[in-house]
Design a protein around this ligand. Structure first.
Ligand SMILES: NC(=O)c1ccc[n+]([C@@H]2O[C@H](COP(=O)([O-])OP(=O)(O)OC[C@H]3O[C@@H](n4cnc5c(N)ncnc54)[C@H](OP(=O)(O)O)[C@@H]3O)[C@@H](O)[C@H]2O)c1
Length: 276
């Protein structure tokens, strides 16, 4: 990738997951990656893997061509203040925002204020933490000025770690709830199923491992069979059998309504976060 430099402002959980994925894809060497954060001691894992670390956000801005914003929404204006640059620059910068609820237009307003003469574009994304192990999803919406080349470079960087899917921005809050929040719902499901097995006398480690593998397999069945999940469910439920007995218990516990409500709560919260 030649002189291209990749940056991260904020080196926490999600940035780290993307960083590891980028290294795994092999398209960018760690020595061409910069990260900044207020506490250098929290960035040791980046320097251990060969990246350049700094407490100065401006250093990342000045050095890099594509910059992931991996900070909490509440830090956004502070970050743009820290990279203010009133002059022109001999390069174009692509900001990749993973901030929930923050519209591309609003980001452009902040950027225009801090970097009035710098040519910038914005790619809004919603990654998820399974990116760390190469099984992620990364939703993305480019602004109208992001070039085809910038987009394909972005996808290439994530190619080893996440399925990248372009979506219209208006779906970002709801689909982001599904892909970035719902992994946590699934961890609760796996833990609860394992608890159920433990209650029936199964050792904890075995219960957890097999519950997780079962969830992986069930997802793969939906993807690879092309069958509706309702039909797949019917195929497991023999009349008067043990599975339908369990399904009836799930319906008594309102599992479907609970999951629908959970997704709605996460979507609403995504929107609220953008208004902070
Ligand atoms: N985690 C997920 O599954 C996920 C998924 C999709 C999107 N997101 C979004 O991604 C963003 C980051 O989330 P996260 O889970 O990675 O949070 P996190 O682990 O708390 O990371 C936030 C990072 O920002 C750094 N930071 C704080 N103030 C800063 C400043 N002024 N300048 C530069 N860096 C600063 C923090 O450094 P210190 O720790 O040293 O203070 C920390 O490393 C959030 O907006 C989140 O909503 C997260």
């Amino acid at each position: 990738m030649g002189e291209f430099k990749l940056g991260f402002i904020g080196g926490g959980n999600m940035s780290t997951a993307i960083f590891k994925g980028v290294l795994k894809s092999g398209v960018q060497s760690a020595s061409d990656i910069w990260v900044s954060g207020p506490h250098i001691e929290n960035l040791h894992h980046w320097s251990d893997m060969g990246a350049n670390v700094t407490t100065n956000n401006k250093t990342v801005f000045m050095n890099c061509d594509m910059i992931f914003l991996g900070i909490k929404v509440t830090k956004l204006s502070e970050v743009f203040q820290s990279i203010q640059h009133p002059k022109q620059l001999n390069k174009e910068v692509l900001f990749v925002s993973m901030l929930p609820g923050i519209l591309i237009n609003d980001l452009h307003k902040m950027i225009k204020y801090s970097l009035p003469l710098v040519k910038t574009t914005v790619l809004r994304i919603m990654p998820n933490t399974p990116t760390t192990i190469g099984a992620g999803i990364c939703l993305y919406t480019p602004d109208n000025e992001v070039s085809v080349e910038q987009c394909s470079r972005f996808k290439k960087l994530l190619s080893g770690s996440a399925l990248c899917e372009e979506i219209p921005e208006y779906l970002m809050d709801a689909l982001g709830a599904l892909t970035a929040c719902a992994p946590a719902y699934m961890y609760v499901v796996i833990e609860a199923l394992a608890d159920g097995a433990v209650k029936q006398g199964v050792p904890r480690a075995t219960a957890m491992r097999l519950a997780a593998q079962m969830v992986v397999g069930s997802g793969q069945m939906v993807l690879q069979s092309g069958k509706h999940p309702g039909l797949l469910k019917d195929e497991v439920c023999s009349p008067g059998g043990s599975t339908i007995a369990g399904i009836a218990a799930l319906e008594n516990g309102n599992l479907r309504a609970t999951l629908i409500n959970a997704l709605e709560a996460s979507t609403i919260r995504n929107k609220e976060l953008g208004n902070k």
